[in-house]
Design a protein around this ligand. Sequence first.
Ligand code: AMP
Ligand code: MG
Length: 424
Amino acid sequence: MQKMISVEEALGKILSFVSVLPAEEKPILECLDQVIDEDVYSPYDAPPLDNSAMDGYAVRSTDTRGAGPSSPKMLKVIEEVPAGSMPTRKVTPGTAVRIMTGGPIPEGSDAVVQFEDTDEIERTRGGGHPQAIGILKEARPGLNIRSAGEDIKKGALVIKKGAVLRPAEIGVLATVGRAAARVIRRPVVAVLATGDELVDVGQPLPPGKIHNSNTYSVAAQVKRYGGIPRVLGIARDNVEHLIASIRSGLDTDMVLTSGGVSAGDYDMVKNVLAREGEISFWTVRMKPGKPIAFGVFRVNGKKERIIPHLGFPGNPVSTMVSFELFARTAILKMMGKTTLEKPWVMARMADRVMNRDGRRVYARVIVSRTNGGYLARLTGEQGSAILTSMALADGLAVIPEDVTEVKEGDTVKVLMLDWNESRI
Ligand code: AMP
Ligand code: MG
């Protein structure tokens, strides 16, 4: 009987064998959710020139003094400047330039009067461009002008090394003209199922067999958190096949197996792993997912590589919950992320939950918003083989080891699996 360890202790040991991966240069659109490995400075002002924030007329503000709906100030239209072209004329007293949003402000002008504050509509009714325009409102200097560099100054640090590239950061990279960026690469994660009872999807189910679901839920979790899954298929419960399957996955950054880590007769993953690498078996003080194997394979190349291996229990819920706590964190660390904790909320429990054996319970719950807070209700039957409990769940309610009972109305911490917009 091994000693029981806490979730934190297990996680700490796992992470001590996990390193941040090297960086690579990639097109910016492929970098979403990755960590940038360089400081990015802007080579120029953005926007590069003063430009118009409106469709309207670039004027000299002094020419608009006293303008009103019944006292239009008439100006001669000397040019038209669409976005993307440069003005060729200077705005002198009594003149205006018809300008579109984004069009560079012509010399001499210090304000843009939007079409709505001119008699543009009457003048363009018959088609064609107005030769003169009536200004119907006074313009203060600077009106509707976006100044050069108001977003980004030339030479400014726009994205700091270590930042996670979200859609906005990818847009900022594009703004400063970057087609590619150096980001910490995504881990390739091998996913192997074990068990003689398993049949792959798409195959008929002979008596006594079940479909292999862990490969798919786990590979999808790998993707969700930014890794690249490498599906190794199903290893049968015999030593040769298991060894061959595992060896086929040793060019990856991490190996995840499911099944074969409990005390069953055919549970040989542990024995094989003890032979192929270094392995320890942990009884983690958690429910579901108590037995977990953790080991490392050492692959000799030019430089020795350490490939962490997590052996999850076969039960589908235990596997998915163990992934959320351990594999997810390892993947995020490999990707250079520093926020490793799962997003959580505090919620009131709608149901009673008992915790009789001193483990930390991760109860599957449906989370909804109530007046001023959140309500968590159990998804139903909580068995570790009931995968639909995960499918129904928005989060995992954490019942601490030393709490024997959570009563209806008690507040619990809920690790959010998803932010289900339709429910929350
Ligand atoms: P084991 O730890 O190998 O004894 O597996 C525990 C339970 O999980 C058994 O009921 C297995 O049939 C089930 N199981 C193991 N691997 C998978 C899998 N890949 N997909 C679905 N169920 C599995
Ligand atoms: Mg098995």
